[in-house]
Design a protein. Sequence first.
Length: 261
Amino acid sequence: MKLKLKNSYNTNLFACCLCLVLVGKAFEAQSQDFEITPLNQHFFKTASFYDPTTVYSQLQNINEDGSTFTQISDTQNRVIKTFETDINPKTGAIEEVVKVFDQHGQLILRSEENKQNGEKLYFYYQDGVQVAHVAHYGNNDFEIWRKSGANRYSSNKNDFEPSLFPNDKDWKKFVLKEKRFLPEAQSQGLEGTVILAFLIDKNGQRLKTEVANLHDLSPILTSEALRIGELFVGNYNPAIDYKGETVEAWLYLPIGFYYYK
């Protein structure tokens, strides 16, 4: 068991998380390992619990049978997300179930993913009632239903999330054209994928651009990715909620930095 608790806040948070985990499915199997990680608002690792960008704590339990249970809580010990991975005894496929909660503990999203074939189901809730769902059959094949709408419809994206319009081809072309060779990064063996976060408002306008995984990679890579992101002029589809109304949300786009050896 790996535990690194640096202060009373971490100790209290761990105790709260542990109690919740103990009653969860993850503890049906014998516990093998614990890991506690500080996260930023984009759910990526931060430098430490003292980092000003830290807003969440992630507690992960890895069981001896390979199944895992992960719980993310905010600074007030409210559960924000849970992740469960296990092997389906009938199909043998690894499946992941994700639950997202609001600040009052109400379930607002449940997703189920088959890691073997990539199919994924999203179920959206309001006041404990399912109000929408999305079926993702792989690639750009989605089927969407909202209680507020008349029928199911097909789409090339999950429109509960913001996206590039009409697709991400212009973004990929721009990155290839604009990305500079970084000799210092190559000489030091610095590689990785930077995740840029674009905040898209309800009118499809970009409000902010920042690096989501800032502490995972070298500043040489994150600075170059941010430069590219800020230069990019694109058109965006805003996210649409369960009522069919556009809302503000984050869009995540990757930039890879890899060098031949």
